[in-house]
Design a protein around this ligand. Structure first.
Ligand code: DC
Length: 231
């Protein structure tokens, strides 16, 4: 295998399997997987637990004032084969994917100071390359020079069905309609926010996985990866 290492930037809509795909790619290549959505979720959870979000309303000034108190780090969990996210030393991996966090994360991720802090951390994590980073602005803002950029999407109903099944498996009593409404509203919020909206970078390759298995996506990816690495 080549010793050349690159940055793989994986952007796209919510719940289209980006993280699962990114994790599989990282395992295959021996790269580090970084889930940047987890970082925005971790800040959202902290804001919820520290009174900066009340009845769904985000107090932006309070969030900004809290930012210096929020220390995020990832620690590898051999059992999961992926990294868990910690806030100020507390494991929060299991608490950041609830519908409550999902409903507030768009507002948190549209705050400039939040993005500034998290983007700087992400750039630092990719300094030595050999990373697969998934998010919304990786190929456009965090690593515009990434060697391989993928823009992922899938039909919103299919995405909501996947997320609903995941939440149900965890015992969450959410309804399909709630999950679907959240997927549609986050697409809208992600694509229309003023700072770093979700958009396909000009040099990103489109991957619509509505009808693709993880194996098919991997074969699709490896073809493109090998092409780049052999140049
Ligand atoms: O990937 P996810 O659904 O867990 O991300 C949660 C939210 O975080 C998503 O609705 C938008 C935001 N996000 C972002 O603004 N920029 C990123 N790089 C990653 C996520």
């Amino acid at each position: 295998m080549s010793t050349k290492k690159i940055i793989v930037a994986l952007d796209g809509h919510s719940s289209c399997g980006k993280s699962t795909f990114a994790k599989a790619i990282a395992a295959r290549l021996g790269y580090i997987f970084i889930d940047t959505g987890a970082m925005y979720r971790a800040v959202t959870l902290y804001a919820l637990e520290h009174g900066a979000i009340r009845s769904g309303m985000v107090d932006e000034q309070a969030v900004e004032a809290m930012l210096d108190q929020i220390n995020i780090d990832f620690r590898f969990n051999a059992q999961r084969g992926a990294s868990d996210i910690y806030v100020n030393g507390d494991l929060v991996e299991g608490k950041i994917r609830t519908i409550e966090v999902s409903n507030c994360v768009s507002a948190i991720s549209s705050i400039a100071a939040v993005r500034q802090k998290l983007v700087a951390m992400q750039q630092e994590m990719g300094v030595r390359k050999g990373v697969v980073m998934d998010g919304r602005d990786i190929g456009t803002v965090v690593f515009p020079e990434a060697e391989l950029k993928i823009y992922m999407t899938a039909d919103p109903k299919v995405r909501a069905e996947r997320r609903y099944a995941e939440l149900q498996a965890k015992g969450d009593s959410v309804t399909f309609e709630e999950v679907y409404a959240n997927v549609v509203s986050r697409d809208e919020a992600d694509m229309t926010r003023a700072i770093s909206p979700l958009r396909r970078a000009e040099d990103a390759i489109l991957l619509d996985n509505t009808q693709m298995s993880v194996e098919e996506q991997m074969a699709w990816f490896m073809e493109r990866y090998n092409d780049i690495i052999s140049r």
